[in-house]
Write a protein that binds this ligand. Structure first.
Ligand code: C2E
Ligand code: CA
Ligand code: CA
Length: 610
């Protein structure tokens, strides 16, 4: 034997020799045998000491039960033969059992929906888990059903091969989604009528549109809105007006089967009907007609019959365009219907899509356009009917768009009027006309009055007169060189204060022309009160006047009427010599139209003034 110290001093070759020698030395072999025996005894006694006295399965089972009982998740344990051996408290609640019910037999009464099949737990474990050799199994949102009870929305998780107790083989847990589903349902129902609301409509339509390729027929969306609802509400109060809504909802639902549509209650007085796979769109129109007549005899309150009307907007796939904008288009159609009064129906057609798109872009761009000087005034001559000399001009705005080129005023003036931007633009136009007058004065052109088209919105805005007076003064332009044209229909609606604006302008020397005359319904007595200097007969009359004696009589009458009221008359839309001569023979004072000249840019127009 050598000491440890010595062993440490040996080099590797010597060490190898020493071990070989030692292993085959008889004394060493005896010593090694004793050591191994000792270790074996130690191992057996330790194993015996630590395994035997405390039953470990029981402890961990109790522990696990405690943990599961405290969990919010519903859990149960199954034996190898699929008997329920444990249910935690949430599971007893979830399954709607009393602790006594919670017998071992219930595993057969629990069914889970997996891929459209209702499976018992054992079937599920054998078909799904065994087939794929899984130790864990997850089932996303599905339904749980216990015999004789309602189905419940749940997700499920199964763990296999549990070695907790001889009995526990599987743990099955469920997560309950009833609360979420209730919240979701609330968010998808209208609180008054409990009908599916706009959230549901959006989801359903997305689903529907995703499979349009499977639908042979058309899709029709019908947006229905009770007219004047706010007024109704203020007249009859919240309770009664809500009754009307509920009654309409019930009526729509009652017709939904016959006409095969789904009803959505979108906003307070607004419903959406969705028809899918429609063969003949006439069905939709038939229903709309029925709805309108039904509404007429709809509501009786304290023996007073109320005549309700609804505005209706329709959009049809594929006729009105693709599904992407189908819903928006139904509402655009509704808005269009509403703009024509009560009880109107409007069907969205694709040309409107382009127009509406343009309207929005134009609106977005017009502010910058004003800053960038993209607006330009064109001038159209107005000639004396007898001498055919240019006696005045009408300023007509053009938008020279950097991308779209020249945009005619009819495309953007209505948007400017709707948004009030016309006030800003109106000031710009007046400024430009005054500048033009100064230039013509400076370069010794003939000074003629210029007519400016003014929207009623500008005139009603409050300080129109003061603005005009100030600008005329600042630029030192004779007020007699300015005429404001206002369209007949709109001018006739004006209030006393607006009429005063016209009168003050006239006092200043500015002239007022009543534009597009003959298109409205002005009575003679009203015309008498309206302070106009000039009457402009609409160009509509020029279209058929050469062949239509009725139009001839009307125009003659209008000229006579104007003259009786000491107004001068301009006829618009004179496109040929025959018309010009006929109008002159009627005693018309001035003529305007393409026969003389189209509207021209100022540098072109001023050549006419030389
Ligand atoms: P309006 O005031 O009735 O203007 C006359 C319109 O008739 C002009 O169209 C003119 O180009 C067109 N016209 C003139 N002679 C003939 C003709 O012989 N035959 C035919 N078929 N048409 C003729 P424009 O320039 O497109 O203007 C359309 C409307 O836009 C104007 O109708 C006016 O209501 C509005 N508008 C134009 N400029 C302005 C403006 O500066 N301010 C405001 N508020 N409105 C404007
Ligand atoms: Ca005009
Ligand atoms: Ca006109």
């Amino acid at each position: 034997m050598i000491s440890i110290k010595k062993v440490k001093q040996l080099n590797s070759e010597e060490l190898r020799m020493y071990i070989t020698e030692a292993l085959i030395h008889p004394d060493m072999l005896v010593a090694a045998g004793i050591i191994i025996l000792f270790l074996l005894l130690l191992y057996i006694s330790v194993k015996y000491l630590y395994q035997k006295p405390s039953a470990p399965e029981d402890t961990s089972k109790e522990l696990l039960e405690k943990v599961l009982d405290r969990s919010n998740e519903s859990a149960l344990a199954l034996s190898a033969s699929y008997q329920v051996v444990y249910l935690n408290t949430p599971m007893i609640k979830l399954l709607g059992l009393t602790p006594n019910d919670a017998s071992r037999q219930i595993s057969q009464s629990i069914r889970i929906k997996v891929k459209k099949r209702w499976l018992e737990l054992d079937e599920l474990i054998e078909s799904e888990m065994a087939a794929f050799g899984l130790n864990q199994y997850d089932q996303g949102r599905t339904q749980l059903k216990i015999q004789g009870k309602n189905t419940l929305p749940v997700t499920m998780h199964i763990i296999k091969n549990i070695h907790v107790d001889d009995e526990w083989k599987y743990i099955v847990t469920f997560q309950d989604f009833r609360y979420e589903e209730e919240c979701r349902a609330l968010a998808h129902r209208h609180n008054v009528t409990k009908l599916p609301n706009q959230n549901q409509a959006l989801e359903d339509l997305n689903l529907l549109f995703a499979k349009t390729h499977l639908i042979k027929g058309k899709i029709v969306l019908i947006a229905v809105e009770i007219d004047n609802f706010l007024k109704l509400r203020s007249l009859f109060g919240y309770k009664q007006s809500t009754k009307i809504i509920i009654k309409l909802a019930n009526y729509l639902v009652s017709r939904s089967e016959k006409y095969a549509f789904s009803v959505y209650h979108m906003y307070s007085n607004d419903f959406l009907l969705v028809m899918t796979d429609v063969e003949d769109t006439q069905t939709a129109l038939d229903f709309v007609a029925e709805l309108q007549t039904e509404l007429m005899k709809f509501y009786k309150m304290q023996d007073v019959r109320m005549y309700l009307t609804a505005s209706v907007g329709l959009s049809i796939y594929p006729d009105s365009g693709n599904t992407r904008n189908l819903l928006d288009n139904a509402y655009k159609a509704l808005s269009e219907a509403k703009s024509h009064g009560h009880g109107q129906v409007h069907l969205f057609m694709p040309e409107e899509a382009r127009f509406v798109f343009d309207e929005l872009t134009l609106y977005n761009e017009m502010h910058l356009a004003l800053e960038n000087n993209e607006f330009e005034l064109y001038y159209q001559p107005i000639v004396d009917a007898k001498s055919r000399e240019v006696i005045s001009a009408e300023a007509l705005i053009r938008w020279i768009h950097p991308v779209h080129g020249m945009i005619p005023p009819d495309a953007f003036i209505p948007i400017m009027e709707k948004t009030g931007f016309i006030i800003e633009v109106g000031k710009y136009i007046l400024k430009e006309v005054l500048k033009q007058h100064k230039r013509w004065e400076l370069f010794k052109f003939k000074q003629i009055p210029v007519s400016i088209n003014a929207s009623m919105i500008e005139i009603e805005c409050g300080n129109f007169f003061e603005e005009v007076e100030k600008k005329l003064e600042e630029n030192r332009v004779d007020p007699g060189l300015i005429t404001f044209e206002v369209t007949e229909g709109k001018a006739m609606e004006s209030e006393k204060s607006t009429l005063n604006v016209f009168r003050k302008l006239q006092k200043l020397g500015v002239r007022i022309a009543l534009d597009d005359f003959g298109t409205g319904y002005t009575s003679f007595s009203y015309l008498k009160k309206f302070p106009a200097d000039i009457l402009k007969i609409d160009r509509l009359f020029m279209e058929h006047i050469l062949v239509k004696s009725e139009d001839q009589r009307i125009v003659q009458g209008m000229i006579e009427l104007a003259h009786n009221l000491e107004m001068k008359v301009v006829v618009e839309g004179v496109e040929n010599q025959q018309l010009a001569d006929l109008m002159a023979s009627y005693g018309c004072d001035y003529l305007q139209g393409y026969y003389f000249s189209k509207p021209l840019p100022s540098f072109e127009f001023q050549k006419l003034l030389r």
